[in-house]
Design a protein around this ligand. Structure first.
Ligand SMILES: Cc1cc2nc3c(=O)[nH]c(=O)nc-3n(C[C@H](O)[C@H](O)[C@H](O)COP(=O)(O)OP(=O)(O)OC[C@H]3O[C@@H](n4cnc5c(N)ncnc54)[C@H](O)[C@@H]3O)c2cc1C
Length: 559
């Protein structure tokens, strides 16, 4: 940072995406300032309930995964997804997901097999954000300015000048940074300022959402408690998330296509139908959180020195619990590149790869989410009228519909593909070798070293996760100690690119299948940049490719 800059990077917004971006930058030795209009400690909206395995891997690298694991629902509270006629009615089927206490050890069930040291974590944003905030605030080089709104910014060849306004005193000040990241949510002003437009489907689903306190609800349930409980009946279908595992619940009432006005729908009557309770049941509304599920992706993620990440760049129905998680993936795709340019070992062209890599994958995820929301809507509309019938007839209907619910949804909640299967297939800074990556799907996942894919996880013989052994910069994974890697290491050293050699010693049964080549070059964001059986013939060309100094042409990317 030169004297004329107040900070290397200004991040707008201390939501989960902004905090992750700031933490990753700080962990890479950058000076970062976060401006957030909320009070310090002011709770966010009660939205996200699921942190993906991929995000947990990222949080592990940042040293905050364990603190997150220790927060949220009680350790023994079931994390299952339960399908019922009503919340207090008959159970139709259940997707079993290990509770927090058993998360690392219980390998049974559809959510037990995760090829990682960090399986997913069910926690509401209310509990997640304070942990991230506390961790971020304690990091060297990271400053969070609460009650500070960014009103606008201008750019020049060297940096960005932002106008900050103290929300309480209305006093204005300027901050000069080298780069700016707008993590300012769905109503992002940064998106507008960089000239980006959202494109897609503006209304997929309207949901009347209510955050309630109901100490009596758990005691009225016939079935074992669950993290997510879906009510499926011909009157009113909806769902609820356990927030504290005791008395606080987030209730979603899926409005029908003819119910366009949130306030015209009788909230109380619908809540009682979803819960299956009568007038004798009392509850308190903590807040109303109505939302419209959309499928919108920005047509650009960047203008020169200003970038957007998270909900600022894309919005979609929260199917498979992935909006925030996709934003976290944006953040860490961008931040190592910014750090590399700021530290001087990468060319500014490296930054072009952010949009090239993230925008196409984001577009794909948005379709996964929307298609699933549409399929669920059709299923809700097809609930059999006799689903609550007593006796054998009802039992048969419930068993059949319960199976259908399970089959449609298990892929959404146990979504290995969504987590780990995304890959960057047209990046200017990845050295492709002609092999096609395994298809990106919601559920299925084949670990692969095809350049652009996530570096496959294995356990090392010393008990560590491979990810714990990776360096902060690039890591050259070597599976045969006879391979001479000196030319590659010295090319990196000549260019100042941080690259460490890791001789992988592992008896992991999957090692050979996952890593057929002798060498794999893993990026700072744990994606494969290159692979081979020997050091490349022109190691400097490879190093220049991956640091953005000799980006691939369109033809090379397509090859
Ligand atoms: C019901 C529901 C359930 C969901 N469930 C999940 C889930 O399970 N998993 C998942 O991954 N996602 C889920 N999502 C989506 C998830 O909540 C969002 O994707 C996530 O909050 C986006 O994070 P963000 O940091 O990009 O934006 P936000 O969380 O919106 O944060 C933006 C921040 O920027 C601040 N800000 C805005 N403008 C300014 C300004 N000018 N100056 C200073 N500060 C500013 C705001 O105060 C805010 O703190 C769900 C969403 C909904 C509605």
């Amino acid at each position: 940072m030169t004297a004329s800059f107040d900070t290397d990077v200004l991040v707008i917004g201390a939501g989960p995406v902004g905090l992750t971006a700031a933490m990753d930058l700080a962990s890479r030795g950058c000076n970062v300032t976060v401006a957030e209009q909320r009070h310090r400690g002011e709770p966010p909206s009660v939205k996200s309930n699921h942190v993906s395995a991929r995000s947990m891997e990222i949080f592990r690298r940042l040293g905050v995964a364990q603190a997150l694991r220790d927060a949220g629902l009680p350790a023994d509270y079931p994390n299952d997804v339960s399908y019922r006629t009503t919340a207090t009615g008959l159970e139709l089927s259940r997707i079993r997901i290990p509770c927090r206490a058993d998360r690392y050890t219980d390998k049974s069930g559809p959510d037990g097999w995760w090829p990682t040291a960090e399986p997913p974590h069910r926690i509401n944003q209310l509990y997640l954000e304070p942990v991230l905030f506390g961790h971020a605030e304690a990091m060297a080089g990271l400053r969070i300015l609460n009650r500070t709104e960014v009103e606008g910014f201008t750019q020049d060849d060297d940096g960005v000048t932002a106008i900050l306004r103290d929300v309480d005193t209305r006093r204005r000040s300027e901050v000069r940074s080298r780069y700016l990241i707008g993590c300012d949510g769905g109503k992002s002003e940064t998106r507008r300022a960089i000239g980006a437009r959202l494109a897609g489907d503006p209304v997929v689903q309207r949901v009347q959402s209510t955050f309630i306190r109901a100490p009596d609800l758990l005691g009225r349930m016939q079935a074992k408690p669950a993290w997510a409980t879906f009510s499926t009946n011909p009157r009113r279908s909806g769902n609820m998330y356990a927030i504290d595992g005791r008395e606080r619940w987030l209730i979603h009432n899926y409005l029908r296509s003819d119910e366009a006005d949130f306030e015209a729908v009788d909230r109380d009557a619908c809540i009682r139908m979803i819960l299956g309770v009568g007038a004798d049941f009392s509850y308190e509304i903590i807040s109303k959180e109505d939302w419209i599920g959309r499928r919108l992706v920005a047509d650009r993620f960047r203008d020169r020195r200003a970038f957007i990440c998270g909900d600022a760049a894309h919005l979609w129905v929260p199917m498979a619990g992935y909006g925030m998680n996709a934003g976290i993936a944006d953040a860490v795709n961008l931040t190592w590149k910014l750090a590399a340019v700021l530290k001087g070992w990468a060319a500014p062209e490296l930054l072009d790869s952010y949009e090239a890599e993230r925008q196409p994958i984001t577009e794909q995820v948005s379709h996964f989410a929307m298609n699933h929301a549409i399929a669920l809507g059709k299923q809700r509309a097809a609930v059999p009228d006799n689903i609550e019938a007593p006796g054998a007839e009802g039992d048969a209907v419930r068993a059949k519909f319960g199976r259908a619910l399970y089959e449609l949804n298990v892929n959404q909640y146990c979504c290995g593909g969504l987590n780990f299967g995304y890959f960057y297939d047209a990046s200017p800074v990845v050295a492709y070798d002609g092999e096609t990556a395994p298809a990106y799907t919601l559920a299925e996942f084949s670990p692969s070293t095809v350049p652009g894919c996530r570096t496959p996880h294995v356990w090392l013989n010393d008990g560590r996760s491979l990810y714990d052994a990776l360096g902060d910069g690039y890591t050259l994974l070597r599976f045969d100690p006879e391979i001479d890697v000196e030319p590659l290491l010295s090319a990196a050293a000549t260019r100042g690119v941080p690259l460490v050699l890791l001789d992988v010693i592992s008896d992991d049964k999957d090692l050979r299948a996952f890593y057929p080549q002798g060498l794999v070059l893993s990026r700072p964001d744990q994606h494969v940049a290159w692979r081979g059986d020997a050091a490349p013939s022109d190691p400097t060309a490879l190093i220049d490719r991956i640091r953005g100094a000799a980006p691939a042409t369109a033809a090379q990317r397509a090859a």
